[in-house]
Design a protein around this ligand. Sequence first.
Ligand code: UD1
Length: 306
Amino acid sequence: MSNCDDTNYKGVCAILGFEPEFVKMDFCDTAAVEQLFDSHKIDAVIHFAAFKAVGESVKEPLMYYKNNLGSFLNVLEAAKAHGTNVLFSSSATVYGEPDETPVTEKSPRKSATSPYGNTKQMCEDFLRDSVAAYGMHGIALRYFNPIGAHPSALIGELPRGVPNNLVPFITQTAIGKRECLSIFGNDYPTPDGTCLRDYIDIVDLAKAHVCAVRRMIDGLMDEPYEIFNIGTGRPVSVMELVTAFEKVNGLKLNYRIAPRRAGDVTAVWADPSLAESKLGWKASRTVEETLAAAWAWEKHLAAKAQ
Ligand code: UD1
């Protein structure tokens, strides 16, 4: 919880109508992780806990390696001891600047361009090797660009400080927290000159986890270690996203074209067909629905702050 408060936990409780057990602990604390596994019967772990800002990882690589790798090693040790299934939050960042789009799970991983990206690749390898050696089962989900919020507006993205990612920057500009959105580059070799990404709705993304956990605990896996792209298969440019946000929410966004951001890839989007055939999962929400939910969440935060 180094980058959040308990807003989202409270939102989860409100949506569920009960309070799921919540243990606040540091996953880099080996003894605490062992104790957690010893005191619960755990069928599967979904490991989300990691730092995720690309630029910050370049400035503080050791902080990223220590946290992202250390916490996952503890999870794997405990999972090994207890025969627990492990689902790892991986990222499209492992594909780097791909030679061909859309990318499939067989597309080559490129050398990581940031310590953050490196931790995603390394954790995938930790899981692959542990599964091979210890008779465990694991799935890595490679998320494309998760955006949006729960339609109830009770859970959503709440970055501390200035957001790095596009959609929270858009919603914070629209609400007046930020003066102007910078669109990083309009001279890319894409139809409108801005970068292409595969924006995946957060609720669709959450559902992919349910499917993946079921696959592991129901013994349906073809291989003990599997990888799935979790995206829509639909490339959307930064400009298209901004225009869609303005249209669906009936407002004008203050934006300007700025220089390219170091480290950005031109275009990456998923071939999600493996997830559809094996997990029975497919993204269903439109970009417009997702952007409406993101805006409802930002307004909910603003109303709460008053
Ligand atoms: C990056 C990582 C991804 C990681 C995600 C979460 C890479 C290649 N991708 O995605 O793995 O999971 O961050 O932090 O390392 N943009 C603007 N203005 C802004 C912000 C963004 O124009 O103020 C543009 C960017 O140039 C990019 C697009 O919007 O083209 C999406 O950016 P962002 O939301 O930061 O995600 P990625 O960089 O694609």
